[in-house]
Design a protein around this ligand. Sequence first.
Ligand code: ADE
Ligand code: ZN
Ligand code: ZN
Length: 236
Amino acid sequence: WGKTGHRVTGHIAQNHLTGKAKRALKDLLDGHSLAYVSTFADEIKADRSYSKFFAWHFVNYPLDLRYEDSDKSEHGDLITAIEECTRIVKNKNNKREDRVFYLKMLVHLIGDLHQPMHASRAEDKGGNSIQVQWFGEGSNLHRVWDKNLIESYGMTYTELATELDHLTGKERKKVQEGTIYDWVQESHEICANIYDSAKTGDKLGYQYGYKYNKVLFQQLQRGGLRLAKVLNELFE
Ligand code: ADE
Ligand code: ZN
Ligand code: ZN
């Protein structure tokens, strides 16, 4: 996601933390919110010394396979990255500075896991090389999902988060079920559908937004509630 998608995810998660997780996060993040730190992993991309983390933002494998059955990238991927972040943050013997760094990465990566074009295929770089128009302006299928769709609402991240955070306790529990392998499979299946929905040169606008607004909002809502679950378990 772009900034707004990550902040919506962080803002929703913030409302569903246990007391223990809240205290641990307050300490490690120096009082900053999850929404605030959620974009850190993109900010460090400008610094070449962090280039090894580029491959951590996505995972590509054939659309008809599950992650577990696919060949893995030698550079790591979104799934191995989430596992590594979890491991480092969990271990209190690690340096505080490292635990903070990987915690901020983790907050971001759970967001990306729910952007369908981040659980994608390699041929077109998760839709980055599929050029389309968005309301008459140049874009690509990846960017449509990172930000064009979200920004078309003209709402702030707090407004969007409030709009999406309306589930009952029982409904939230249901969304929080499963593992990162289940969650990446959901994103991957949505991604396959998205590839069928548009081809190079298509002019996308109102119709496309209307077709996908439920899917978009569902993925943001899932990302937020599942981030809360991951953090609650991490600091149990
Ligand atoms: N580069 C290659 N694949 C990508 C993907 N799925 N998302 C973002 N950038 C990528
Ligand atoms: Zn992206
Ligand atoms: Zn990212």
